[in-house]
Every structure is written in structure tokens, then in C-alpha cells.
Ligand binder design. Structure first.
Ligand code: NAD
Length: 469
């Protein structure tokens, strides 16, 4: 079993204390991760602070080249990263799994490297010239969750450094190893201290969000933790990007071909075993096609193989950790109690050390029931019948979250009209969750604020300075 180190100022820094990282498919130990102390966090922040002026003063082109070097180094180590993600996170190597995650991370890094925030001339007249400059903030603290450890790390780190900041990243204690390895790779090509990685308990994240030398926190995780971060960040007026939980609704109109949309609905909901922020988490289906959509979904889903992600024929892995597993079990039990009709799955098939939960479809659910109202973040989809489009828009919006949503119809214009009335940051037509690096992504309402990706996402790592001359 390998013992990992922190990455501070471009070097591997061993720790006296460690914790085991478990493989969710079999309970085996994947590696031993360092438990950083408060002093080690200080060292990481100091390293990032010391690296900032020289990094900020590089030309924009030079920083872009460095980001491309990070992408190249990741490309060389892609298979190693994918294997590590599967072993600590659980997702399959194949399909929309860890190889796809690493490929996406590399593509995102390259695209983000190509973005720029040049000076904008707002006015150039006899009355004077007005220029808008975008200035990096300083040290950015990145706090990541356990569902896409490498992809989300790249979403945070690359725009931060591309725009001239330096970074301290703290991954989830459930999946720290692939992030440590990622930052080791980055350190091989970046100047010392530009990206540092500190792993350990949740208190490290809390310390970061209160730390006076960290100028911004970019956080992806639960709403509850996002609220705590927002509270402690207030003391130092930190900039925040909060990418929080989602409970995305999908609305299926009566004009669909149920067979044709079944695959898209399935993967919209079950990508990464449903452990995806912008997955389809509540499916509203019109009465006229309700039975057919349920039947086609079951037909598609029953061929999906849940198993150890390292096996070639696995389509979906286990739930990443026991706590999340117990939450999914409790929500499914509650759904059964309140009258949900289990169409597929619904109970653990055989007890063992792995956190395996079967693909589960539960029909005849409604708002006001836990599985509909709460984010399940697991391989379970509640299906809800509706008859009136106006009323279903209200039901879809009747949730504190507002990350994504989808509308399924042959009539794209009608679908777009409904989309515009959904209270969420992204809406997809006839698909769900298809994010891309050139389109801003973020939540509204309790799903957070600020966006990632595209120029708008890059700009979040800067302050505006206007120069009047
Ligand atoms: P979590 O909030 O439990 O943990 C996320 C991170 O916060 C971890 O690194 C954790 O150690 C750290 N943390 C815990 N307590 C902290 C504190 N007091 N201060 C600072 N940091 C602290 O979330 P999770 O269970 O790892 O992730 C699942 C959640 O993330 C789901 O709700 C999901 O929807 C959400 N998510 C959102 C997006 C998005 O883009 N909106 C993407 C992925 C996941």
C-alpha cells in the first residue's frame, strides 16, 4: 500500500499522521493519505502567497503555455490517473467513467488555457479613455467533493492559475489520492508553489474559508457545507464561487417517442451512479406517455451491469462511501413506505464489503415525498405522473435547488419556452447534464452562485479595475 504526501511548494512533504482511503467496491485499502496539520496548511498558503507575484507578472501567453504543459503531463499519465480514480472513487474505467473523466479534464484544461481576459476599452473619446482590467486575486482556496475528483480539481485550478492566481487545493477525504497525484504532475511542469495540495479532515476546509491570506474560495460540494463556508468567508470578504447540490427536474412532454428517449433519460440520471451534481434527479412524465416511458426505461436499465469498476464489463460502480450509501437506502425505504412503486431494483441484492446498490426506478412518486424533495445523489430515480404542463412547471420549480433541468419533446420551440420558465442555471432539451467548457455553468437559488467555464468562469478569478485616463 502506497503512502502519499502533501504537495507544498513543488515538493512532496510527508506527514506524521495518515488515514486510509478505501476502495468502495471491496473495502480494501487503496492508499494512505496524509492528514495535514494546521501548520502544514499554513506552509501551503505561504508557498502559494510567495509564488503569486512572479506568477501574476508572467505574460498571459506564458501562463497559457504552462496550462497546456499541465494538460500534456496529464495526457502522459492519463491511464495511471484513471486507474487511481476507479480504485478510490469506484466509477468504472470505461464508458462515462474514469477514463472519460481524465479525458474530459485534459480537454477542459486545454480549452481553458486558450481563453483570455484582455483589457477592454470601454470608451476612447475626446472626453478620455476608460479601460477595464481584470486582475488576479492572489491565493485561491479550492475545496472539492468526492464524485469527480480530477475533473472538478481541473475546473477549479486551471482557470485560477490561467488568470494569474496561485492555489491551495483540498480534496475530499474520501478521494484525496488522485488529486495528490494530479498536483504532483502539475508540480513537475509549474513553478514552485503555484499549486499546492493539502489533504486531511474537514477542519482544513473550515480553516481555509476563514484564512485571511486566501482571497477566494471555489467550492463544489453540499449546500450545508457551502453555507458554512459563506459564513466564515464573510469575515475576510472573500470572493466565492459555490457550486452546490442539485435536484434537477426533467419534464417529459406527451409528444415524445418513449423508446427513443429512454437511453438519454437513463444516462442523464445515472451517470456516475447518480452521484453527479447536475444529474436528472426527478422525472416528471405526462400521463399520455407515462406507462410507455416507465416501460422503456426499465427495458434499458435492466441491462446495466453494476460492479467493480476495474472489470471491463461494468457500467456503473458502487456508491462512493458508506454514509452516502445509507442515505440512499433510507430514501428508497421511505419511498416504498409512502407508496412508491418499485419498477426495478429497490434493495441491496447481496450483502458484502462493497457499497453496491442496484439501479432503481420508483414510479408513482410525488412532491412532498423525501425521494423527490431531497437530493438522492445515488442510482435511484423517482418518476412522477402529471397531466397539466403549467402545473408541472410549478412542481419542478418547487424545490430550493436550482442547478439544472431538462425538457423532452419533439417540439424544440415549445420545449425552449418551458425551459425559460424553469428556475435553474442550465436547461437541456432532449438530454440532461451535458456540460461543456465554452458554456457557463452554475446554480441559482440554494444551488449556489457564480459560474464555472467559459470567459465568465475565468472572470470569477479576478477583480475588475477600471483605469480612467
Ligand atoms: P461535502 O459538502 O460533504 O464535502 C465537500 C468538501 O467540503 C470536502 O472536501 C469536505 O472535506 C469539505 N468540507 C467539509 N466540511 C467543511 C467545512 N466546514 N468547511 C469547508 N470545507 C468543508 O460534499 P460531498 O458529499 O463531498 O459532495 C456531494 C455534494 O456535492 C452533493 O450535494 C452534490 O450535488 C454536490 N456537487 C455539486 C456540484 C456542482 O457543480 N454544483 C458538483 C459536484 C458535486
Amino acid at each position: 500500500m502506497k503512502t502519499y504526501s502533501l504537495v507544498i511548494n513543488g515538493r512532496s512533504v510527508p506527514s506524521d499522521r495518515h488515514f486510509d482511503v478505501k476502495n468502495p467496491a471491496n473495502g480494501g485499502i487503496v492508499g494512505s493519505a496524509p492528514k495535514a496539520t494546521k501548520e502544514q496548511l499554513e506552509l501551503a498558503i505561504e508557498a502559494a502567497e510567495a509564488a503569486f507575484p512572479a506568477w501574476r507578472d508572467l505574460t498571459s501567453e506564458t501562463r497559457a503555455e504552462y496550462c497546456m504543459k499541465v494538460a500534456d503531463r496529464m495526457q502522459e499519465a492519463a491511464e495511471e490517473l484513471a486507474q487511481l480514480i476507479t480504485r478510490e472513487q469506484g466509477k468504472p474505467l470505461n464508458g462515462l467513467g474514469s477514463r472519460w473523466e481524465v479525458g474530459g479534464a485534459i480537454a477542459w484544461a486545454r480549452y481553458t488555457a486558450s481563453l483570455d481576459l484582455p483589457v477592454e476599452v470601454l470608451q476612447d473619446t475626446n472626453q478620455g479613455k476608460v479601460e477595464m482590467h481584470r486582475k488576479p486575486l492572489g491565493v485561491v482556496g479550492s475545496i472539492t467533493p468526492w464524485n469527480f475528483p480530477v475533473l472538478i480539481a481541473i475546473w477549479h485550478v486551471i482557470p485560477a492559475i490561467r488568470s494569474g492566481n496561485t492555489v491551495v487545493i483540498k480534496p475530499s477525504p474520501y478521494t484525496p489520492l488522485s488529486t495528490i497525484r494530479l498536483v504532483e504532475l502539475m508540480s513537475e511542469v509549474l513553478p514552485q508553489g503555484v499549486v499546492n495540495c493539502v489533504t486531511g479532515e474537514d477542519f482544513i476546509g473550515a480553516e481555509m474559508s476563514a484564512h485571511p491570506k486566501i482571497r477566494k474560495i471555489v467550492f463544489t460540494g453540499s449546500c450545508a457545507t457551502g453555507q458554512k463556508i459563506m459564513q466564515s468567508a464573510a469575515q475576510t470578504m472573500k470572493r466565492l464561487t459555490l457550486e452546490l447540490g442539485g435536484n434537477d427536474a426533467g419534464i417529459v412532454l406527451p409528444d415524445v417517442d418513449p423508446k427513443q428517449i429512454a437511453e438519454g433519460l437513463f444516462w442523464g440520471a445515472f451517470i456516475n451512479g447518480g452521484q453527479t451534481c447536475a444529474a436528472l434527479k426527478r422525472l416528471y412524465v405526462h400521463d399520455e406517455v407515462y406507462d410507455a416511458v416507465c416501460r422503456e426505461l426499465v427495458d434499458y436499465a435492466r441491462n446495466i451491469k453494476v460492479g467493480d469498476g476495474l472489470l471491463d464489463d461494468t457500467n456503473l460502480g458502487p456508491i462512493q462511501n458508506r454514509q452516502q450509501f445509507e442515505k440512499v437506502v433510507a430514501l428508497v425505504d421511505d419511498a416504498k413506505k409512502v407508496g412508491g412503486k418499485v419498477l426495478l431494483g429497490g434493495a441491496v441484492e447481496k450483502k458484502g464489503p462493497g457499497n453496491f446498490f442496484p439501479v432503481t426506478l420508483i414510479a408513482d412518486m410525488n412532491n412532498g415525498q423525501r425521494l423527490v424533495d431531497e437530493e438522492q445523489f445515488g442510482p435511484v430515480l423517482p418518476i412522477i405522473r402529471y397531466t397539466d404542463v403549467e402545473e408541472v412547471i410549478q412542481r419542478a420549480n418547487d424545490n430550493p435547488n436550482g442547478l439544472g433541468g431538462s425538457v423532452w419533446s419533439r417540439d424544440i420551440e415549445k420545449a425552449k419556452q418551458i425551459a425559460s420558465r424553469m428556475e435553474c442555471g442550465s436547461v437541456w432539451i432532449n438530454k440532461h447534464g451535458a456540460i461543456q467548457p465554452n458554456a457557463p455553468f452554475g446554480g441559482v437559488k440554494s444551488s449556489g452562485f457564480g459560474v464555472e467555464f467559459a470567459k465568465e468562469g475565468l472572470a470569477e478569478y479576478t477583480d475588475i479595475q477600471v483605469i480612467f485616463s
